[in-house]
Design a protein around this ligand. Structure first.
Ligand SMILES: NC(=O)c1ccc[n+]([C@@H]2O[C@H](COP(=O)([O-])OP(=O)(O)OC[C@H]3O[C@@H](n4cnc5c(N)ncnc54)[C@H](OP(=O)(O)O)[C@@H]3O)[C@@H](O)[C@H]2O)c1
Length: 254
């Protein structure tokens, strides 16, 4: 049986599009107050209006989570304005693919900054609040959901640095899970396969073409498919921890 999330507060990073946006909507529909963090605040304002129109509570936070102070600020504003933090969805990320040989170093730096450091900054700031929420009503359990990727399981030519960042997310999540699970903070890893979002649009044109060809014959996942998996994780009763979900389009072999 799924629990509802009434009386709880969630922070979703990268809520301005794709998986983060769908997740924020799903969490709000299940009763959580939702803090929405990203850089494109116009998109967050639209999403907040939609959540409020459906009777939910939303807080818009402009934050570049690659900046430690802004990441910490997003967590602190969530707690200051919504009262607590029960659920952190570390979703903000970038995927910049292409051969490693001759790649622009700035792309590697951007991925490490957002996929690894951004996630770590948010996690560091959130942990004391998650631990506190796990000791209190209404649920006496708290969740950190880290969005990795199939790329966090399987490395591929043309994806080496994205693979490195997402494998890093997996390692951090498992180490942290073991550390805090006894205190009822559940750390979960979600590993999506090809999902129709804006993610690939930040690549150079020739790389976008390679990605397009790879997925041309595949019926890709929708952001809502991943949001449903996240909702499943965070609505389990207190004694159930879903550690990991790997979810691919059926036609995606690897
Ligand atoms: N789509 C897929 O096929 C797929 C597969 C596996 C894993 N994933 C993972 O799923 C997550 C979400 O991606 P998506 O597919 O939903 O792509 P998306 O639509 O491009 O969403 C990425 C989100 O991250 C935010 N973001 C990027 N840099 C940020 C920063 N410095 N500070 C704050 N927010 C930042 C973006 O918001 P702003 O630009 O407004 O800041 C946006 O909301 C990523 O971690 C990605 O690696 C996606």
């Amino acid at each position: 049986m799924a629990d509802r999330l009434d009386g709880t507060v969630a922070l979703v990073t990268g809520a301005s599009s794709g998986i983060g946006e769908a997740t924020a909507l799903a969490l709000a529909a299940s009763g959580a107050s939702v803090a929405l963090a990203a850089r494109r605040v116009d998109r967050l304002d639209e999403l907040a209006a939609k959540i409020r129109a459906e009777g939910g509570r939303a807080l818009v936070i402009r934050a570049d989570v690659t900046d430690e102070a802004q990441a910490r600020g997003a967590v602190e504003r969530t707690v200051a304005e919504l009262g607590r933090l029960d659920t952190l969805v570390n979703n903000a990320g970038q995927m910049l693919l292409g051969p490693a040989v001759g790649a622009p170093l700035s792309e590697w730096q951007r991925m490490v900054d957002i996929n690894v450091l951004g996630l770590l900054y948010c996690s560091h700031a959130a942990l004391p609040h998650l631990l506190a929420a796990a000791e209190s009503a209404p649920r006496r359990v708290a969740d950190m959901v880290n969005i990795s990727s199939v790329a966090g399981r399987v490395a591929r030519s043309g994806s080496a640095v994205y693979n490195a960042t997402k494998h890093g997310v997996g390692a951090f999540s498992e180490g942290l899970r073991q550390e805090v699970t006894g205190r009822h903070v559940r750390v979960s890893l979600v590993e999506p396969g090809g999902t129709r979002t804006e993610l690939s649009s930040h690549n150079r044109p020739e790389v976008q073409e390679t990605i397009r060809q790879r997925f041309a014959d595949i019926d890709m996942l929708h952001a809502t498919d991943i949001a449903e998996a996240i909702l499943y994780i965070v609505t389990r009763p207190r004694y159930v921890a879903v550690n990991e979900i790997l979810i691919r389009p059926t036609e995606q072999a690897n």
